[in-house]
Design a binder for this molecule. Sequence first.
Ligand SMILES: Nc1ncnc2c1ncn2[C@@H]1O[C@H](COP(=O)(O)OP(=O)(O)OP(=O)(O)O)[C@@H](O)[C@H]1O
Ligand SMILES: [Mg+2]
Length: 278
Amino acid sequence: MTAIQSEAPPRTNGRAMAVEAKQLTVEYVQLRQKRRLVAMWEVSLDIPEGEFLVIVGPSGCGKTSFMNAVAGVVPASSGDLKVFGQPVSKPGPDRAMVFQEYALMPWRTVWDNIKFGLELQGRGNEAATRDTIQHFVKLVGLEGFEKAFPHELSGGMRQRVGFARALAVGPRILLMDEPFAAIDAMTRELMQEEMEKILAETKQTVIFITHSIDEALMVGDRVAVMTSAPGRIKEVITVDLPRPRWQHDIKSMPRYVEMREHIWHLLRSEAQQVLKRD
Ligand SMILES: Nc1ncnc2c1ncn2[C@@H]1O[C@H](COP(=O)(O)OP(=O)(O)OP(=O)(O)O)[C@@H](O)[C@H]1O
Ligand SMILES: [Mg+2]
């Protein structure tokens, strides 16, 4: 195995740190079971501005907990967490979430769903807001569907609405928790391509959770592999494959195959530990 692990995050030269997590632990009090559950334990991870960081790891290892801590909706039990140099204490417009279940409001049209985040920022019906919404409707390819309701859309289209809604508020960090998990394989590949094109334009920092190694290697600059619960960072792998990846036949590249196998083995050994414990 050639040197895959990155000692220092790439592309830090002259860039701000978007996220700095130092020995970050998240615990929950589970009232019914009368216990404290350590969801993730002493995670240290720096994410430079503009990076696409993917997190993979066994189910229940604390991936969503990490993302929720960055979003400011779950407090750290111990350790430090900073976003653009500021300690995280609550959600803010600099961070936006895209969910697996789309989380659209069924009674609102595509246009009004995208508008929702802007309304939370106090932006109403002024021309600038309308221009912003129109821009993102176009960017995600939903022109002509502005007046449609979520139930009139396919899963992929709904996910694009969720994506546009998150992008429209102009977050510096986009948090994506298994965003394509409920979409069929072919649409999923197309969504990955579209996302790569869009993010090449908007240059956001992205934290992206997935259970798919192929997806991680298709979209990520680095892939953080977590251990089984309570999750720690097991290894961070730099994905040194050319972009845009969808234009290259990356799946047949020896480097791709090597990285895929490496991550697979890391995850497999974690999954085996879970089975032994159970
Ligand atoms: N709000 C909560 N209250 C209590 N326990 C929680 C809460 N949220 C998560 N947990 C627990 O914390 C652990 C980690 O959960 P988390 O959702 O972060 O895992 P995950 O890695 O995202 O899993 P998956 O891959 O299945 O989505 C789990 O044991 C879960 O039961
Ligand atoms: Mg999760």
